[in-house]
Design a protein around this ligand. Structure first.
Ligand code: PLP
Length: 376
């Protein structure tokens, strides 16, 4: 049977690293995981308890836009985090931010529309756009702009996706930089705010603080430590609610009911989530000290998230085989930059520091020993 061209999306290379690390573990090796973009912790306890209490209910479909209490809870979060007064009617509960991208891109763009995004950046934006017959336009960013696009970088586009803090760089757009981009690209502006809550200096600015004419996308995966629960949300302009509701009804029916129950409880688990953030802050400090000691000196200053992006052009021209070497020799799994930047990523690596601090310490020790043994 013939297959479609738009179905021919690229693989997620980090998953190859995950598989190689799994094989090494199966063969009896101890591996430190700095490749995966997810917290080492599970859902907050309050979320698990709420789920346990809910299991006596049928947990059938919910309405497509999500449980009203959860939409209200998320709206309240905007008051708590940003001082923004948000009408809960504009909050749509989704199957992770991944589900929100599908709804957002479908609602905003028509086949053939050109949608920009900074490189390096989260790879699935490009692949989801391609699968929808949209045209991803990678915008190479520069370290002096904190690996974020600037208005001068923007060609004629029907849309723009920004992420602050970004993956893989962890760098943020400050309020002026975000506002300048929003002014330069009024059409189809999508702000991926999935790493909000995970900052180590000033907090991230939401696009909603600047304008209502945006799609803001967020998730319970990262700050709320609930990757596998597949639950996220989007905030859209009032006149987009009904069209997206129709799409959500038909594409997903609803986000998983049990995850909506968990997410509602997770909103209140502030102490546990802030303790996770304190762990990341400690890990980040260890990484910023330990990576240069190992010889990874060209690193982007990470404002948030839990990644460090390193330019390794002084060490290799082939990040994929360099990662394989680090895994085989040092027993540390790290991600080649190719997922995030297909042209420059052969000379970059992404290190994740979302695991326990003891793992980070051991990983850094191994990286330092490996690099010392490799030095000429
Ligand atoms: C920048 C960014 N956006 C979105 C996602 C997808 O997250 P989820 O679908 O779990 O909400 C990720 C996952 O790593 C990410 O890094």
């Amino acid at each position: 049977m013939d297959r479609s061209r738009r179905g021919e999306v690229d693989p997620f290379i980090v998953m190859d690293v995950v598989e190689a690390a799994r094989q090494a573990e199966e063969a009896g090796r101890h591996i430190i995981h700095m490749e995966v973009g997810q917290p080492g912790t599970g859902a907050p306890k309050g979320a698990a308890e709420a789920v346990a209490r809910s299991l006596a209910q049928p947990l059938g479909y919910t309405v497509a836009l999500g449980l009203p209490a959860l939409r209200q809870g998320i709206a309240t979060l905007y008051q708590r985090w940003y001082g923004v007064d948000l009408d809960p009617a504009r909050v749509i509960v989704t199957n992770g931010s991944s589900g929100a991208f599908l709804l957002s891109f479908t609602a905003l763009f028509d086949a053939g529309d050109r949608v920009g995004m900074g490189l390096p950046g989260y790879p699935s934006y490009r692949q989801i756009l391609k699968a929808l017959d949209l045209v991803p336009v990678g915008l190479p960013t520069r370290p002096e702009n904190r690996f974020q696009p600037v208005p001068l970088d923007l060609p004629d586009l029907e849309g723009l996706i920004v992420a602050s803090p970004g993956n893989p760089s962890g760098t943020m757009l400050d309020r002026d930089a975000l506002a300048a981009l929003m002014a330069a690209q009024k059409r189809g502006f999508v702000s991926d705010e999935i790493y909000h809550g995970l900052h180590y200096g000033p907090r991230a600015v939401s696009a909603l603080e600047i304008s209502d004419e945006v799609h803001v996308i967020n998730s319970f995966s990262k700050y709320f430590s609930m990757t596998g629960w597949r639950i996220g949300w989007m905030v859209v302009p009032e006149d987009h609610i009904r069209p997206i509701e129709r799409l959500a009804q038909n594409l997903f029916i609803c986000a998983p009911h049990v995850s909506q129950v968990a997410a509602l409880a997770a909103l209140d688990c502030i102490d546990e989530l802030e303790a996770n953030r304190a762990t990341y802050a400690m890990n980040r400090a260890l990484m910023l000290e330990g990576l240069p000691k190992a010889g990874f000196t060209r690193i982007a200053p990470p404002d948030g998230a839990f990644y460090i992006y390193a330019d390794v052009s002084d060490l290799t021209t082939d990040s994929r085989s360099f990662c394989a070497e680090i895994l085989a020799e040092a027993g540390v799994a790290v991600t080649p930059g190719l997922d995030f930047d297909p042209s420059r990523g052969h000379q970059t690596l992404r290190f994740s520091y979302a695991r326990a601090t003891a793992d980070i310490q051991e990983g850094l020790r191994r990286l330092q020993a490996f690099m010392a043994s490799r030095a000429p």
